[in-house]
Design a protein around this ligand. Sequence first.
Ligand code: MF3
Ligand code: CO
Ligand code: CO
Length: 296
Amino acid sequence: MMKNRTPKVGRNAPCPCGSTLKYKKCCLNKAKLDPAKLKSVYAKKYQIRLKQPDDIEGIKTAGMIAVDLLYVLESEIKPGITTNDINTLAHEFIVKKGAVPAPLNYKGFPKSVCTSVNETICHGIPGKLQLQSGDIVNVDVTPILNGYYADANKTFLVGETGPKAQKIVRVAQKSLKTGMSMVKPGNTVGDIGWAIQRYAEGEGCSVVREFVGHGVGFDFHEPPQVPHFGTKGEGISLIPGMVFTIEPMINLGKKDLVILEDKWTAVTEDGSLSAQFEQTVLVTENGFESLTPYDL
Ligand code: MF3
Ligand code: CO
Ligand code: CO
């Protein structure tokens, strides 16, 4: 008979059984972590719905639409394109694949994607703005296919960009990669934020606090919240079947933000550049798998 394998959890991490004790003071050596029990504990205590193999396939298929779309956008985004043009292109791409763009009418959001230019941190509303050489633009796409949501975004360089634009895009991209590298059973949600914050601040940049990653798959935003800052070892222990986004928003200047009159657009208070990269990740037995696996 195969050895009954229990998920790997750090000795000092919060016990995944849901008690507030450290793992070593609780379920470690007590063989209490049977998968069925964990599933109900994560549901009851954290409202986290673990994903089964069929769900994962569904999210992955939606995720491939997001990935393919981001590659199309990469080749189409050049000086002169408007953020409305980007919205139209993305909307038509998503609908042609038989999917639905989650942002459209979500809590009153009026468009099918978010387009966030230069000092805009996130939730920019597509409009008449024409992109110019030297700009950066984030496009955030969330197709729903057969009821499954996949959430991903990328920041694109427009035409010939300067060193500040190139730096913030590089740091935001590496921030996502750094966060993803922490995803494995036994690590915690806090480990992800801690690693991102340490890296981004080490580069002289700052991490936005007001917006966080989130569970995703059955709905647009599910528990848990995944901050891009934090303390090593704190927060919920990661276990196989969890699906959530990591989507660090990194500013070249200070971390503070202002929300514009439209109630959506978040911009840096100091006017500095901001960039973001997002993928939807699955916690596996050994680590993670991206369900929106564009190249990082
Ligand atoms: N896609 C965003 C996220 O990563 C949420 C956008 S909400 C919208 O969570 F309404 F602005 F679309
Ligand atoms: Co998201
Ligand atoms: Co998103």
